[in-house]
Design a protein around this ligand. Sequence first.
Ligand code: LLP
Length: 427
Amino acid sequence: MDLNIKTNDKDHLDIGGADALDLVEEFGSPIYAIDEVRIRENYNKFYNSFSKYYPDFKVFYACKANTNLAVMKILESEGCCVDTVSPGEVYISRKLGFSPDRILFTGNNITDEELKMVHDMGVILNIDSVSALNRLSEVVNPKGFKISFRVNPMVGAGHHEHTITGGVMSKFGIMDNEASEVYAMAKDLGFDPIGMHSHIGSGILDPEPFKLAIGSTMDIAGKVHEDTGIDFEFVDFGGGVGVPYTPEEKALDLDHFASENISFFKEKLSEYNMGKPTMYLEPGRYLVADAVTLLVKVNSVKQSYRKFIGVNAGFNTLLRPSMYDSYHHIVDASKMSAPITQEVDVAGNVCESGDLFARDRPLPDVEEGDVLGILNAGAYGFTMASNYNSRPLPAEVLVNNGEATLVRKAQTFDDLLEGQIIPEHLE
Ligand code: LLP
């Protein structure tokens, strides 16, 4: 099994050297528990796999996956760069010490004010449309400003329809067949277009679509180079590398994946005489997914027409199972080696029938008071959590070789009132 699961000598779930039950005892639940060492391992494995075949290589962490400051600081300290999609993410990155040259902005449908704000912070933009290009040229001085375009490589893939970002149905990027014209337009406006970006989707374990996307993006870049004389400083193939969520899924063989794709990339560079642009990749999920476990407590065991294990979190805490029907492996952290005895539904505490973490899930004899570990919660877990049902957001704790530190306090009820104003006539 390629899932990141460890058991300690008390038969409890181990998270980075800490006992999951101790974490819940000390910090409460639900709680997102982050394993620092695992993030560092994931980053180094990813970076080294590619850079050994092509040293002009940079990783831009797609921070929408997890913007916890400690998580981002860990990646910053490893030398990772960051891919952002909103001025807020740029702001967080700058505050944390990422210099502007280590930040990419890949927003879509952004306002003039946002374009200007990101430009003024000195960050490179992956422009998503002709509209954004024209509007940017009106709000900033284009003279010599380095930009890049996101193109639609007409290849898309993803674990769910909502996460496919290439092809005719996609709202992202400029069309493949208008690329040369758009790059020429940017030059005419005075910009210095030096990069090309594509991103085909998220949660992909099959290497094939990546190869197709590299081929197609390089064909677009090659044609732009031939038609406009632009020498690309970087080509960015986005993120999307999946991780196993079920015990049956196999992790991508990253070394093999990197070696095949880099050879193909190099072939395309020489086919189009494109020199040696830096290769960028933007993994989000790969770096953080399996480094975080959501720990919840069992409130109630209920035998209705089905058997429900009721826990103290819901889709307000982890949305993926409800939103994408995503599988998240669940273990009974209180008795890791207990035999599987039943297939049950694991239900949250939100007032909707769709609030389920799992249906018909093989589990041991789970009892009220047990702590469950919901695995692979590091990517798009906390960042997609909400206050639905007026439940405060949970705490996050960082574990580093057994040492646990609170890195985000749980919200309080007063936080739920924050920012709201009751008008005078209702007082
Ligand atoms: N680059 C761009 C431009 C992106 O839009 C994304 C993800 C990434 C990189 C990182 O993709 P990753 O390596 O994490 O697959 N909420 C969904 C995933 C949405 C991904 C959106 N874009 C989920 O929970 O599965």
